[in-house]
Design a protein around this ligand. Sequence first.
Ligand SMILES: Cc1cc2nc3c(=O)[nH]c(=O)nc-3n(C[C@H](O)[C@H](O)[C@H](O)COP(=O)(O)OP(=O)(O)OC[C@H]3O[C@@H](n4cnc5c(N)ncnc54)[C@H](O)[C@@H]3O)c2cc1C
Length: 816
Amino acid sequence: MSALPSSAKIIIVGGGIVGCSVAYHLGKMGLTDVLLLEQGRLTCGSTWHAAGLVGQLRTSANITQLLGYSVELYDRLEQETGLATGWKRNGGLRLACNPERWTEVKRQATTATSFGLEMHLLSPKEAQELWPLMQIEDVVGAAFLPTDGQVSPSDIAMSLAKGARQNGVTISEGVRVLGVDVEGGRVRAVVTDQGRITCDKLVICAGQWSREIGRMAGVNIPLAAMQHQYLITEKIEGVARDLPTLRDPDRLTYWKEEVGGLVMGGYEPNPKPWAMDGLPDRFEFQLLDDDLERFEPLLELAAGRVPAMQTAGIKQFINGPESFTPDGNFILGEAPEVRGIYVGAGFNAFGIASGGGAGMALAEWVAKGEPPYDLWPVDIRRFGRNHLDTNWVRTRTLEAYAKHYTMAWPYEEYRSGRPLRRSPLYDRLKAEGACFGEKLGWERPNWFAELARGEEAEDHYSYWRQNWFDAVGREHKAARERVAIFDQTSFAKFMLVGRDAEKALSWIAANDVTKPPGHLVYTQMLNDRGGIECDLTVGRLSPSEYYIVTGTGFATHDFDWISRSIQDGLDASLIDVTSAHAVLSVMGPRSRDVLQSLTDHDLSNAGFPFGRVKRIAIAGAPVLALRVTYVGELGFELHIPVEFAASVYDALMEAGQRHGIANAGYRAIESLRLEKGYRAWGAEIGPDHSPLVAGLGWAVKLKSNTPFQGRAALEAQAAKKLPRLLAGFTTDPSIVLLGRETIYCGGKRVGWLTSGGYGYTVGRSIGYGYVRDPENGVDREMVLSGRYELEVATMRVPAEIFLDPLYDPTMSRIKS
Ligand SMILES: Cc1cc2nc3c(=O)[nH]c(=O)nc-3n(C[C@H](O)[C@H](O)[C@H](O)COP(=O)(O)OP(=O)(O)OC[C@H]3O[C@@H](n4cnc5c(N)ncnc54)[C@H](O)[C@@H]3O)c2cc1C
């Protein structure tokens, strides 16, 4: 107790690999008033019993980069600290045992090329040369990542801890955090079993206990503890020390060498949660009882791959608990609920692989207030109201766990815990043939089956055109040629109110929001690097009221960004009104005709021009109508008090009959927006991309003298040639573009696609991506003058570039 200080600038809870890595990196940054508290001894949670495989490839470039950093760190750590880590860069093999999996692996190989990660495709025979013990009768092909490897999990964590201590960080074992003090929305102290310690910042890296610690402070950390099993064999003849790690997803198993024997683990299709009634306080260096009944099927699959398993002796069976999350990604970042509380948890059985990079990124987030680069796929703000309920989180997490090695189909939706958040039109749309997808708990129509013609409202997944392709084509055509109605109730909606609302928003928004009431503004909100944090629409309702509409998935993130960016002392409050309004978007050349027949408000172009917001009455309902479009057609977004929504929908459908109105879903929106060149946050745009590189400079008030967040960075960028520019590409319609395909210009790799899809009006496959030349810079002419190819599932195909919208209804022309 005497050794414990009464205060520390930064307190880290948890001495597993993640806490140790955060401590190491904070120390490296010269921050020494850092205290790590571990209730037991270092590594005693999940870290000590991990298998230790270190793979790198993920579906996001930045998360792959993060895992690549782990490898770089593990390469040098032992030399730096003098403590062995067991790191071996022995490479990683991945098998494909059916044609669809082989397509998946080839697409992964192209993703690796896009992200600059070495990955080679091998024949079954070549794979067997690297892994002689396996039988290859059922193997179609394999991929090899030479820079993957394996570590000794405890040793690497201890080595990080030693590095942290060497740089002045204090580590105290045997100290349990019992409570967290929060005052005025900020963390003030932690209460331990040995006294209270004040702090400025608290970093929760407590593995599966993180949810409980978050709760002590009112912070939601949606994870669930699950059981995960592997076994270690006795020595097996022919197992070389440099045997690569092996993933055999079609047999749900993974392998690695261990002291001349093999480690074999896997992801059971019937996963089992742990400690559903609450985690035990103490669980140090302990394991769970073997669950052979669930493991047996994996053993059979494994013995089919490695016949030597039939006779190998089993040295040890491991069943360890680990924290998993509802989407299979870990959780990083500052909690939106309380300032100064950061989280690094929920590592889904790849915490050893991620530990180095996640610790680096989180340390930088803690020290500088922002991550080193966009980490949206793992950002804690990707969660929302549906993630508060532990049971719901566990249900979805069980599904995510069971899917770990199943095919990751394009457009795949989760099935568990649904339906949860429903628009008032849910039942109507279901009866009309809606096939729903889910985002942040919301059910959203993806597309509509023609039930009368025997179509089934169900996705059938494949790597080629899927069963909904024609249905989405019908909806697309309706929006382009007649009128389509989209239920977009799940949009996040906020009110910014107060005497200083204009002043506050003017600083946060990159576009001019000082327009008079009745105006709408499309704007980005930028970080200090000029990167796009939010991309949304703002409607001015009165001098002191703004109505803000943003994407469903960004509800928590954007609310957090806007509310924390309101400058001190201003009278401006942000209120989430998402649940108050249903949204029906009526889009297409006949949309005005349909709406006008239901209201006596003037909807003509003069009476209600583009970029305006107006209160109108439709079918007895007070409606806030926004003249905007994300599909590139004349259209109106109707924000309707929830209780009126069904009546408005019925009236619109009835009035729309003679104009050929059709229900349409999110997949049609995607196709329409790709043709019109609208950017999507999280794909084309995000915190790493400025409006200038994204071709959105027209939406920024750089010509005014108004100061705004990110202005200085944009001015600096505008003074030079841009390092990259967002461009569109089209290919032959037989090519399926999904995103992450590699872009080549004159044979040189220059980027990858951020989005991919199909444009039904132009009859071409469409993708967007940045053309990069960080050394020499790029401009429009240069980019347009290149000859382009895209690599799709390792095949190069010719592509045409475009910078202006492919489709533009106001000029009635289609560019091809
Ligand atoms: C069987 C199995 C195999 C695995 N194989 C691999 C693999 O091959 N590759 C890979 O990358 N990952 C693997 N993992 C996953 C890996 O083990 C974890 O992702 C990683 O260890 C998580 O580290 P952590 O620091 O987040 O959590 P932990 O190691 O659990 O550390 C959290 C620490 O917080 C402490 N703590 C909790 N509450 C408190 C409190 N109130 N006060 C103070 N301290 C507290 C705990 O005692 C614990 O030491 C495997 C996991 C399992 C179960």
